[in-house]
Each structure stands twice: as C-alpha cells, then as structure tokens.
Design a protein around this ligand. Structure first.
Ligand code: NAP
Length: 280
C-alpha cells in the first residue's frame, strides 16, 4: 500500500480510517469539499491524478429514515457513486475497499448472517447500499466490500452520544429491546480495514466488534460504562417509536471469514464501548 485515497474522509468512519492509515501509506483524504463522488468526471479526474493503489470508500448517504423521502439522493450517493469509484479504480488498477451495511438484510434470519446469504433489504437505505454493492461487482475490478453494523465513533452522531445526552435530561430512558446487532467502534473497524488490505482479501466480508446485544442492552452498557447507573432503562418494543424506515430485527453478521483472514478475533463490543466512553 503506497498511496491510499479515502473518500468520506471527514465522516465518522472516514476520520478513523485516515488516522489508522497515516504513517503506513501516503493518505489522500477527500470529502465533499474536495470532490463529489456522484460526479463521474470528478471521480475519474481525481483518481487519475492521485493514482492510488487502494481506494477506501467511506462516503455515503447514511440518514436511514431520510432515505425513505430522498430515494434519488440515497441511490445517487450509495449506488451510482460506488459504481463511479469502482470504474475509476479498475482504470487505475487500484483495489476498492467499499463499506456496506447489515441493512442489506431484512433481519428475519435466525442466526448470524453469512457473506453469501441472499440480501433482501427492508428499507430504501438498504436497497441503495445493495445497489452500490452490485455496481461494484459488475464493474469487474478488484474490490473488497466490507459490511459493518451499528457504528459509533468520535466524529459523528451516534447511539452512544444519543444515550449520554438523553441521560443528562432524563432519569428514565425507554430503549428498543427487539432488535439485535453488534455495536462497532469505528476505530476498531478502521484497524480491521487497514489489516485486511495486505491479506489480499476480495469479495464480500462482514466486519464488526464481537458479541451481540439489543439496543436496550447496548444502552445499559453505555450508562454503566459512563457511571450513570442511577438513570433507569426500560426495554420497549420497536413499535413504541414509529420511524419512516423499517429496521431489521436481527443485524448480527457472522465474523468467521473475518477472523480467519485477520488471524485474530475483534474485541468484544463491551470493551470497545468502555474505551470509547473513557476517551470522551
Ligand atoms: N453509521 C452506521 O451505523 C453504519 C452502519 C453500517 C454501515 N455503515 C456504513 O459505513 C460507512 C461510513 O458511515 P459513517 O457513519 O461514517 O457515515 P458519515 O459519518 O455520514 O460519513 C459519510 C461521509 O460521506 C460524505 N459524503 C456524503 N455525500 C458525499 C458525496 N456526494 N461526495 C463526497 N462525500 C460525500 C459525508 O459528507 P457530509 O457530512 O458533508 O454529507 C460524510 O463526511 C457508510 O458506507 C455507511 O453506509 C454505517
């Protein structure tokens, strides 16, 4: 890895990816200010000029509920732009590492999702991310599509910050208990991406922290780690908070392929959350 182009570099994950890669390669950090990934000519020009060995695409439209009303924009950023990057990567003979999501599944599986399970998104965001995966695969270049879930990090709005800010105002929080997933620290994922590139892995790969929980259990762990046990948490059903986008009930992704490629097991989500809260 000599030169790496990171798109979406000022987002929650992109910030950590830039940080993790700095010192191991020449890192070119790009976000909307540098070029718009939906602009095919701008992408071609930037990739030709930078001539990266690897492109890590962290740029995305991530407003899951917003996507229901902004379908065109979600598809433009999550699907068309992924295709733009894939074609430019092919021309530059670069590896495209693209970040995707558990939301390509509807969550109805009993057990952890494998990479080759048939996707079936339950909302527009998931449909747009799946279309992005398909554009990348059909472009024919070298690619690694990394599906992750329940991300939180210091550079973005996320569930940990929401719980901590609610806990400042309320003594009793109602938290959804019937959706399960694997909370994933953006910094941990960035390190996984960095270590995956030299393995030569391609195709689709799941990557999250280890273990799984419901949002309610995640919330309780956040309160515990922050020393806020005095704030009560009440488990409630998804239907308590109607949202525009349907959420998968089960978002757990199998880490078998990831662990065998890395040669190590990502740390448990509770350890990663404790560290994150300790750093705030
Ligand atoms: N967050 C999660 O829980 C989660 C879960 C599973 C998978 N993922 C995936 O993980 C990846 C990273 O997510 P994240 O939470 O770090 O996202 P994020 O914080 O929303 O960052 C996305 C970045 O992309 C930029 N961007 C948006 N449109 C662009 C465009 N047209 N051209 C160039 N840059 C553009 C955004 O800029 P602006 O801020 O200026 O718009 C932002 O800096 C995404 O692929 C997402 O689908 C996220």
């Amino acid at each position: 890895m000599r030169t790496v182009l990171v798109t979406g570099a000022r987002g929650m994950l992109g910030t950590e990816v830039v940080e993790a890669l700095t010192g191991t390669a020449e890192v070119v950090a790009a976000d909307l200010k540098e070029f718009d990934v939906t602009d095919r000519d701008a992408v071609d020009y930037a990739v030709r000029r930078i001539a990266p060995d690897v492109i890590v695409n962290c740029a995305a439209y991530t407003d899951v509920d917003g996507a229901e009303a902004e379908r065109e924009l979600a598809f433009s950023v999550n699907a068309d732009a992924a295709g733009n990057l894939a074609r430019a990567a092919l021309a530059a003979e670069a590896l495209l590492v693209h970040v995707s999501t558990d939301y390509v599944f509807d969550g109805s599986k009993d057990g952890a999702y494998l990479e080759d399970d048939e996707p079936c998104p339950a909302n527009v965001y998931g449909e747009s991310k799946l279309a992005g995966e398909r554009f990348i695969r059909s472009a024919g270049g070298r690619h690694l599509i990394v599906r992750t879930a329940w991300l939180y990090g210091h550079a973005g709005r996320n569930f940990v910050e929401t719980i901590l800010s609610l806990a400042e105002k309320e003594q009793r929080l109602r938290i959804v208990d019937d959706q399960i997933g694997a909370p994933t620290n953006a910094r941990d994922l960035a390190v996984m991406l960095k270590e995956l590139v030299p393995t030569g892995a391609t195709g689709i790969l799941n990557a999250t922290n280890s273990g799984s929980c419901s949002w309610y259990e995640f919330g309780r762990e956040i309160l515990r780690a922050a020393g806020l046990e005095s704030v009560a948490a009440e488990p409630v059903g998804t239907d308590t908070f109607p949202r525009p986008a349907r959420r998968p009930t089960n978002s757990v992704l199998s880490l078998e392929r990831l662990c065998s490629l890395l040669g190590w097991v990502p740390r448990h989500w509770t350890d990663a959350v404790s560290e994150y809260i300790g750093e705030r």
